[in-house]
Design a protein around this ligand. Structure first.
Ligand code: DX5
Ligand code: ZN
Length: 224
């Protein structure tokens, strides 16, 4: 079935000195999910925050939390983030030598299971777990920082992934994360995404509520 695409503002780009206000604003907006970036300073060259902050965010935010773990050994922390309120837990393929096990651990916790891949990682590497996934996240920047430029090689990757999903009759969330805004959202959706993360293009814009509305209004229907 075709439906409307999902918009998930990334809280990493919010002004943390007034986090409560920023989350209230997201509550008022047409955003579907809130994207929450966890960085450990090892898997990626930056540190963000941990499960306690996620718990605090979850108390104020009425949107479900899409938690993106850019950390090594994510299996050790899944329960903490699930307890903190994560609805989707996404781990990186590059951080998981035992990816299948980690996916099962996420499911056992009752969360939706996502796998993210870096710009250089082929979607073919997901072939043997596709049936197990609720979300596939294609990174369209090298993870670690908000506000980077969209890598256009993501578009052919998306098309390839969408073809595989159609052939196998699967319909997970296909998320694109990094450098997404009004200037490229339409081509990303056309290439096969149905879930867009938007950090700077929402929180750093003059009118974030309006920016979400515009992102939401792009196209009429999508791959859901
Ligand atoms: C990058 C993060 C992204 C980031 C997106 O490492 O995973 O989720 O917050 O921010 P923008 O939209 O500003 O690229
Ligand atoms: Zn992210």
């Amino acid at each position: 079935m075709r439906n409307k695409h999902i918009i998930a503002p990334s809280v990493l780009a919010a002004d943390f000195s007034k986090l409560g206000e920023q989350l209230e604003m997201i509550n008022q907006s047409e955003a579907d999910w809130l994207h929450v970036d966890i960085m450990d300073g090892r898997f990626v060259p930056n540190i963000s925050f941990g499960a306690n902050i996620v718990k605090t965010i979850n108390k104020v935010c009425k949107k479900p939390l899409d938690v993106h773990l850019m950390i090594e050994e994510p299996g050790r922390y899944l329960k903490d983030f699930r307890d903190a309120g994560a609805e989707i837990l996404t781990v990186h393929l590059e951080a998981c030598p035992h990816l299948h096990r980690v996916i099962q651990q996420i499911k056992d916790l009752g969360a939706k299971a996502g796998v993210a891949i870096n710009p250089h990682t082929s979607v073919d590497l997901l072939d043997d777990v596709l049936e197990d996934l609720d979300m596939i996240c294609l990174m369209s920047v090298n993870p670690g920082f908000g506000g980077q430029k969209f890598i256009y090689q993501t578009l052919p990757k998306l098309r390839k992934l969408r073809e595989k999903l159609e052939t196998r009759n699967l319909n997970p969330f296909v998320e694109v994360d990094g450098g997404v805004g009004l200037q490229n959202a339409e081509s990303i959706l056309q290439a096969g995404a149905n879930f867009l993360v938007a950090g700077s293009s929402v929180f750093k814009s003059e009118n974030p509520i309006e920016s979400v509305k515009k992102l939401k209004a792009i196209g009429s229907e999508t791959w859901v």
